[in-house]
Design a protein around this ligand. Sequence first.
Ligand SMILES: Cc1cc2nc3c(=O)[nH]c(=O)nc-3n(C[C@H](O)[C@H](O)[C@H](O)COP(=O)(O)OP(=O)(O)OC[C@H]3O[C@@H](n4cnc5c(N)ncnc54)[C@H](O)[C@@H]3O)c2cc1C
Length: 470
Amino acid sequence: MTDISSHSPIHIIGGGLAGSEAAWQIASAGIPVILHEMRGVRGTDAHKTDGLAELVCSNSFRSDDATSNAVGVLHAEMRLAGSLIMSCADRNQVPAGGALAVDRDGFSDAVTQAIESHPLIAVVREEVSGLPPKEWDLAIIATGPLTAPSLASAIQAETGADALAFFDAIAPIIHTESIDMDVCWFQSRYDKVGPGGTGKDYINCPMDEAQYNAFVDALIAGDKTGFKEWEGTPYFDGCLPIEVMAERGRETLRHGPMKPMGLTNAHNPTVKAYAVVQLRQDNALGTLYNMVGFQTKLKYGAQAEVIRMIPGLENAEFARLGGLHRNTYINSPVLLDSSLTLKSRPGLRFAGQITGCEGYVESASIGLLAGRFAAAERKGRPLPLPPETTAFGSLLNHITGGHIVSDDEPGKRSFQPMNINFGLFPLLEPGAITKPEGVKRFRGKDKTVMKKQLVAARALEDCAAWLKAS
Ligand SMILES: Cc1cc2nc3c(=O)[nH]c(=O)nc-3n(C[C@H](O)[C@H](O)[C@H](O)COP(=O)(O)OP(=O)(O)OC[C@H]3O[C@@H](n4cnc5c(N)ncnc54)[C@H](O)[C@@H]3O)c2cc1C
């Protein structure tokens, strides 16, 4: 039996999806937790209740298919790890086809009840306005996208002005294998090698004049989302949505993110492109590329349609679409070590959306990992990292190191929040995808389905082994 009196508490700031899951994991390891949640004393612009783990918008945890959907795999791994968030979601499920949707009040009530009645967890309703004091030797900051301003300022003072973002300005991210390389080519502008480059670091999509004009027209006509009243209009230099640039003048994009200078079409070297869309490698695996300078507030349907007008991107599959939202998050790949600890402050971890993951399930899963890492540290037995082949490991790896930090555009941060998706998982061994016996036609679509199934099965097997060993 665990001797609970031998452990001093771990402090968690924020009782949202991540903080509640972290508290549960730590307490389940026999270690006391003090959970500081400000709602009840001070609200946020999006939360409406004082309940823990309130869902601020949709009531969906997205696909529950663990055989061929990345978020479904994450659900399954969390269930294997004894997740409180998943067990409360399962108990409060409402019909939603293949998705896991919940009764939001029932879900939040169940999490609140489980946390408040746990003998090892004390919930303190207060705003924490600075970094944890020294006496809190182990602490987790899980204050989410709407972190209170005083704490955000303290984080910024510790990490540096550029290290904390207050808005997502997300450009779409595309699965590399869906880009048509018979049309596009690899080249850096003016073949610049730069530090760590090869001179062929970007994927380039060429446009002629007619294609460019049709694209600009479609951008201007496309359906856009507005800002919420409390979000303001966060346009700042170097971060204008492409449709706003298009509205400012037909030539603006051609002199901005779509400039063709310094690029020669490898498939057609004698014809100069009128405009070029560039994509930059987004993860170390090279399975994802982001569209350079293409942050947008076009609605998702319109966005996918307009982007697929770009030569070479006709069949683009998106790991995530673009957007611009209020969101406080840190530059995790630079600031955090692989167990989510702030490099400059041993003992202080970050969890949830503030680390740069995106979504309810992802935030809770990073809370789960932060909780387990902190509990293991308290016990003096460091936890091995989850394998990168798991959903846990691939998401953690993206946040703490898998994303490529861009330094080719001074003053710009390239790390943007990300949902779990199969592009974050390592590739399968060559030859893993083979035509099943007895199947006559084995098309590209069938291969994609098989690939997802194999990656999902590998993830669950490796996750079970990791949990058993840790
Ligand atoms: C407007 C909006 C809509 C969204 N819609 C969706 C959606 O539909 N689907 C989806 O999957 N994701 C959505 N998200 C993202 C979603 O917020 C996150 O995925 C998830 O809630 C993040 O979990 P978290 O635990 O990191 O943060 P939260 O759940 O926000 O929890 C953070 C907690 O910290 C508390 N806190 C903040 N500062 C302090 C402080 N200084 N001291 C003490 N407590 C503090 C807050 O009160 C809050 O309870 C949305 C986000 C926003 C802002």
